[in-house]
Design a protein around this ligand. Structure first.
Ligand code: RIB
Ligand code: CA
Length: 344
């Protein structure tokens, strides 16, 4: 059965893999894509989303432009992490597809109202537009079947400050609004935080395996000169390789190894199949006024605050199983769309 899903992304290299994973998944139907400012501007995120839809020869899926800035603070982007356009070294042709004429927040609300209790929601960027949607429709948590969030860090260091994670760092007010509101949801949001997503380490052999499913060879080596471009004949493999290589180089620059944390496609995989994740309920809140700790997500695992749990936090998974699914699904999509005879 195809699960209908609203995807809210700040595309981004790993957001791109999340979109490809969902487009490649027979059990998923993307009903709308919200372009949220984060890794790069909302307009660039939207352009990236449209370009990936073109490359994947996807149907006419709505892409709605999100707010240009977070709820309460100026936008901070991170081109050093995701590249000048947010997709690493990949250079995708500009799409001619039209953006939706409604905002990302309005799209969230309209789609949820049109399909009450049936849609999954997946957020892999800052929660700005979901928070704006809650201001339009406070009943949104009850109108969605389930929400999955990539964000936060609990018993684990941050990746943006010592204690906070990028998506929450960009818009902590929005994150707090979402966690506060979704305590009323019939099913607690699933939260994929850095504790787990930093165990989802893509390495060069995963790109090789991806190419092998399309009948070609893709050798990405740590010794390659920075910025080396892929010559894989399959365009999906080629552009993924160019995008992820930038991420490999970024993680190496910060002494994390020649690897790339696949935060967002992991959250997408969990959204389609929560059985991939071991979950533990907790009450999550977001620090807004701490001098050193602003935008830190705090989990009360033991009910010390006397508040009902509002999140199911992922505390365990099998990264190898996830990568098997990612490589198989995206590799098969790439081979189907661009058979070896046609690829170039
Ligand atoms: O902290 C990791 C998250 O921030 C990922 O979603 C990545 O794409 C960035 O948005
Ligand atoms: Ca993201």
């Amino acid at each position: 059965m195809r699960q209908q899903i609203i995807v809210d992304v700040d595309t981004g290299i790993d957001d791109s893999l999340a979109l490809l994973y969902l487009l490649a998944s027979p059990d998923a139907e993307i009903v709308g894509i919200a372009a949220t400012a984060g890794n790069v501007s909302a307009k660039q995120v939207a352009a990236n989303n449209l370009a990936w839809l073109d490359l994947c020869r996807a149907p006419d899926i709505e892409v709605a432009l999100g707010a240009s800035a977070p709820l309460a603070i100026p936008l901070r982007t991170t081109e050093d992490t995701h590249g000048p356009q947010g997709i690493g070294y990949a250079e995708l042709p500009e799409s001619t597809r039209a953006l939706s004429d409604r905002t990302a927040a309005q799209m969230w609300v309209d789609l949820a109202r049109a399909h009450p209790g049936r849609l999954l929601g997946l957020c892999t960027g800052p929660l700005t537009n979901l928070a704006l949607a809650l201001r339009i429709e406070p009943e949104l948590p009850r109108l969605l079947r389930r929400l999955v969030i990539m964000g936060g860090s609990f018993n684990h260091p941050g990746n943006t400050t010592p204690t906070n994670e990028w998506n929450v760092h960009v818009d902590p007010e929005a994150a707090k609004a979402v966690f506060d509101a979704f305590g009323a949801a019939p099913a607690r949001p699933i939260v994929c935080a850095l504790d787990i997503t930093e165990t989802i380490e893509m390495r060069p052999h995963h790109l090789r395996q991806l190419a092998e499913r399309t009948g070609s060879v893709e050798l990405v080596a740590e010794s390659d000169p920075p910025g080396t471009r892929s010559v894989a004949p399959n365009p999906i493999v080629r552009h993924i390789s160019d995008a992820v290589r930038f991420y490999f180089e970024f993680h190496r620059h910060y002494d994390q190894g020649y690897l790339a944390h696949m935060h967002d496609p992991f959250a997408a995989a969990v959204a389609l199949d929560p059985a991939l994740a071991e979950l533990r309920p907790a009450t999550v809140d977001v620090e807004l006024t701490g001098t050193l700790t602003r935008a830190t997500t705090v989990a009360d695992w033991a009910g010390m605050w006397g508040r009902e749990p509002n999140a199911d936090i992922v505390i365990g998974t099998d990264p190898a199983l996830f990568f098997d699914r990612l490589v198989t699904r995206v590799g098969d999509l790439a081979r189907t769309l661009y058979p070896a005879s046609e690829a170039r």
